[in-house]
Design a protein around this ligand. Structure first.
Ligand SMILES: C[S@@+](CC[C@H](N)C(=O)[O-])C[C@H]1O[C@@H](n2cnc3c(N)ncnc32)[C@H](O)[C@@H]1O
Length: 242
């Protein structure tokens, strides 16, 4: 478990340097507030290196972040309250006002069964004051951008090569990373993400007792379109009195 995403942790900042997390966190906070969110407590799942936590944690009285990868958490630029855990098995006892998962993290769950396990776990941490906010990458995104993700470069003393491909029959997106550095030698790591349809998500959410109260075209408050690249979900427990 400790070595999960070790390669990515080493080069993540280099891979993500085009992402404006300040702007993105402002958007997510706005979405939370539009849906009558409260700002006492937040739990971020699959937070990676805590780039979102760096900004969002300032807006909540209590902010906890978690990820499957210890390396990702330890390489955070700004330290935050963080713990290692799998999104299907959350060792949490409080009921947060916001449960957040960003940047296709849920796409790392490769089966409907895993998806349901994750949603059941999250549902057990929610009450009518909780917004669960997450995004998914849609098939159009994989079809359009897989070529761009075949890249190589240097970051922080690491030479990396990324090989990306999308298997449209299996709905799986593969990203293989090879890096070389004095510190780590040569390492290969493969990330596999399942590209779910919006209907598959809707069905898994419904079965877990979760209700979609907002479904937006990624990074906006506009309704999701049939040709969207990313979907932003805002979820409450069923029968929540808003
Ligand atoms: C694409 S990164 C996104 C990181 C962060 N949310 C961001 O926006 O920068 C996906 C993250 O999901 C984490 N992850 C993958 N599978 C996971 C699981 N089963 N449970 C918890 N985290 C997981 C990875 O370690 C990685 O940090």
């Amino acid at each position: 478990m400790q070595n999960r995403y070790k390669v990515t942790a080493a080069i993540y900042k280099g891979l993500m340097d085009h992402i404006d997390y300040r702007l993105w966190s402002d958007y997510l906070y706005k979405v939370h507030m539009v849906h009558k969110g409260k700002n006492m407590s937040a739990l971020e799942i699959a937070c990676g290196q805590g780039d979102m936590a760096e900004f969002l944690s300032k807006k909540f009285s209590v902010y906890f972040a978690s990820d499957l990868s210890k390396e990702m958490l330890l390489s955070a630029k700004v330290p935050h309250n963080a713990f290692v855990c799998d999104m299907r098995n959350l060792p949490v006892r409080f009921i947060p006002n916001l449960i957040l998962m960003t940047f296709d993290s849920i796409n790392y769950l490769l089966s409907y069964r895993d998806l349901k396990a994750c949603f059941d776990e999250i549902r057990s941490l929610m009450d009518y004051n909780t917004n669960f906010i997450f995004d998914i990458s849609l098939e159009k995104n994989s079809l359009k951008f897989w070529r761009v993700l075949n890249r190589k470069g240097d970051f922080n003393g690491y030479f990396f090569q990324q090989h990306s491909r999308y298997d449209a029959r299996k709905h799986l997106h593969f990203n293989r990373f090879d890096i070389q550095s004095d510190e780590l030698g040569s390492i290969r790591e493969e990330h596999i993400q399942r590209i779910y349809s919006v209907d598959e998500m809707k069905s898994a959410l419904r079965v877990s007792g979760l209700e979609i109260v907002g479904l937006y075209d990624g990074f906006s408050l506009k309704p999701l379109k049939s040709d969207s690249f990313r979907a932003q979900f805002i979820i409450k427990v069923n029968n929540a009195k808003n």
